[in-house]
Design a binder for this molecule. Structure first.
Ligand SMILES: [Zn+2]
Length: 102
């Protein structure tokens, strides 16, 4: 079972400039998950843990690490979805296909 705890953390995430930038992006995005927002949901830090996502991943584009356009606020669940970091396989809801949205 993959897990994040205990995983090696890029020292970048501990840097002062990242901590400042994180706050800047959170404020820019009004402390809301932008992915939830695009689906019409409001997810704030009262609802979930908010994380900052690198659209072009840090490992691939370290030069974009602090570029505003490459950063966005995501809730943990969207962030995990985006990186396909599931610690488990969610059970498929057997009724899901029966739903009708007429
Ligand atoms: Zn979200």
């Amino acid at each position: 079972m993959p897990y994040v705890k205990g995983k090696k953390v890029n020292p970048f995430y501990l840097s002062r400039s990242w901590k400042d930038k994180r706050l800047e992006i959170l404020e820019r995005d009004n402390y809301e998950c932008v992915m939830c927002k695009s689906e019409g949901r409001v997810t704030t830090r009262n609802d979930a843990i908010l994380e900052i996502d690198h659209i072009q991943e840090l490992d691939d584009y370290p030069e974009l690490a602090l570029v505003d356009e490459n950063l966005r606020t995501l809730c943990r669940s969207c962030h995990n979805k985006r990186h396909k970091r599931f610690g488990f396989t969610p059970k498929k809801n057997k009724w899901a296909d029966d739903e009708r949205f007429d």
